[in-house]
Ligand binder design. Structure first.
Ligand SMILES: Cc1cc2nc3c(=O)[nH]c(=O)nc-3n(C[C@H](O)[C@H](O)[C@H](O)COP(=O)(O)OP(=O)(O)OC[C@H]3O[C@@H](n4cnc5c(N)ncnc54)[C@H](O)[C@@H]3O)c2cc1C
Length: 469
């Protein structure tokens, strides 16, 4: 088999977690290969058009990505607050793609696109190589340390790692959802409609001083329409979507709206389900568009732009790590001695097999323990992103972009340290990673660390009772 190359650090998956891990490892001095199955960078945050990180950003690399988006007028960088907590504003997917290319190239990360990891090469219990399949066939990639940021935990699973899939009772995962985008919406008329139906809306966030379409760009969040859907179905509208409410946000272009409403219950690791989801989700998006045009203010002249090109798979494997983050940890704001990042992302669970969703505020947040990134029984591999070790409800928080990017930072530092010191990743003590994160001014979420002022002033009501779907 052909040898593709030999690197200090090999990162699988170029989503938010993998991008941060690759850039961080390269900035720490490692030679890095970033292997990605699709033809673009960013994973869900670009291809899935998931452009609203829920929670405060605690990854310096991701912070810089957002700042650079602001520089290109593709984000406003404002901190906002909703009923589920504080978060940093939305960005434009293509501007983010531009920024990622810029930063990856500046850091000297080599990128291999349209290449899937299909096998791992092990030495005892440690990963030492990957087999990747691309257009020209299969080749071998050797590395000193590896990051699994595939979202699906593919590298860990291929290495024999244990994983969990779905909730304990029935194994069902959160449904698959793709955003769709619409242009030419009269946003002031839409807001007026939502204000007129305030009792049917859970969330109506917009700049009070705004009047023109352009004033609302990237600054509006609307969730609700539950009663309206019910009423119109009773009147005969054929609502084919197994979800009882709609969420939408404005994009960069004046009059651009992204809609989150589609829902397909399937296993994101099953080829037949994935294929079916692509089709059914498009049919649902067309249905929701018809609904909006007919029954919601501001949509009369709207133009359907696109369904996000990357399927919105929320949940697949959660790799079993040295520690599993629990619902009690998240809701109880637990801190850990091995914390690598304080996370205030809400518990965002879309009901597996059902139509509801919860979005529970977690107050000032919890620490993400490094052990949740270390797969049981596998050495030389660090997990980053949504597939870290968490129970099904804690996952509702850890899957959010802020947490994914925090784990990317820690994974980049851990693997660069291991490669630099000629050790396996198990030879790196978390205190070394924390020391570097402290230098980078990351809020660690350890018992002794302070709560940043911005979180201490959180005004939203903290959900102390577990909400179960
Ligand atoms: C509909 C929806 C709405 C969401 N809304 C929000 C929100 O409002 N706020 C928020 O913060 N979060 C939200 N999320 C969650 C968040 O977007 C994701 O959990 C997060 O972006 C995941 O990042 P990641 O890097 O772990 O994975 P991904 O972005 O999925 O990246 C993984 C990458 O790995 C690649 N890959 C997979 N397997 C292989 C392989 N074998 N070989 C090579 N490459 C591979 C994939 O192609 C992909 O590019 C939402 C998610 C969905 C689906």
């Amino acid at each position: 088999m052909q040898l593709f190359g030999s690197y200090d650090v090999v990162v699988t998956g170029a989503g938010s977690a993998g991008i941060v891990a690759a850039i961080r490892a390269a900035r720490e001095g490692a030679s890095v290969l970033l292997v990605e199955g699709t033809g673009f960078l960013g994973g869900l945050i670009t291809g899935g058009r998931l452009t609203k990180p829920t929670g405060l950003i605690n990854s310096p690399v991701f912070h810089e990505m957002l700042d650079r988006c602001v520089g290109y007028k593709g984000a406003d960088g404002r901190v906002r607050e909703s009923y589920w907590g504080k978060y940093t504003g939305t960005f434009d997917a293509e501007v983010m793609q531009r920024v990622i290319i810029e930063m990856v190239e500046e850091a000297g990360v080599e990128v291999l696109l349209r290449a899937s990891v299909v096998q791992t090469v092990m030495q005892d219990d440690a990963v030492c190589g990957l087999i990747v399949r691309a257009k020209s066939g299969e080749s071998l990639v050797l590395g000193k340390a590896f990051v699994d940021a595939s979202g699906d935990g593919d590298v860990a699973a291929l290495s024999g790692g244990h994983f969990k899939l779905g909730r304990e009772a029935d194994g069902l995962t959160q449904p698959i959802t793709s955003y769709f985008r619409v242009l030419n919406v009269d946003v002031p008329a839409l807001i007026a409609d939502c204000e007129a139906h305030r009792d049917d809306m859970w969330e109506v966030v917009y700049p009070a001083e705004a009047t023109l379409n352009e004033d609302f760009a990237m600054a509006v969040l609307l969730t609700g329409f539950q009663q309206r859907i019910k009423d119109k179905v009773r009147e005969g509208f054929d609502w084919i979507i197994p979800k009882d409410h709609i969420t939408m946000k404005t994009g960069l272009m004046p009059g651009e709206i992204s809609v989150n409403v589609t829902r397909y219950q399937g296993n994101g690791l099953n080829d037949r389900d994935l294929s079916r989801a692509e089709i059914e989700i498009r049919k649902q998006a067309y249905c929701a568009f018809d609904f909006l045009q007919r029954y919601v203010g501001g949509f009369a002249d709207a133009i359907f732009l696109e369904v996000a090109p990357k399927l919105g798979v929320r949940e697949t494997r959660r790799i079993v790590g040295a520690y599993e983050i629990t619902e009690a940890d998240v809701r109880g704001n637990r801190r850990f001695e091995d914390g690598i990042g304080l996370c205030n992302s809400p518990v965002d669970v879309h009901e597996p097999g059902g139509s509801r969703a919860i979005m529970d505020h977690v107050g000032v947040g919890y620490g993400i323990p490094y052990r949740a990134m270390i797969p049981q029984d596998i050495d030389n591999l660090i997990i980053a992103g949504r597939c870290i070790s968490a129970d099904a409800i804690a996952f509702g928080s850890t899957r959010n972009v802020p947490a994914c990017t925090m784990t990317g930072e820690a994974a980049g530092i851990a693997t660069a340290l291991a490669a630099g010191q000629g050790q396996r990743t198990s030879g790196i003590h978390v205190s070394q990673i924390q020391a570097r994160l402290r230098e980078l001014q990351v809020w660690l979420g350890t018992p002794d660390s302070d709560v940043p002022a911005i979180l201490a002033t959180t005004t939203g009501s903290v959900s102390v009772e577990a909400t179960h779907l």
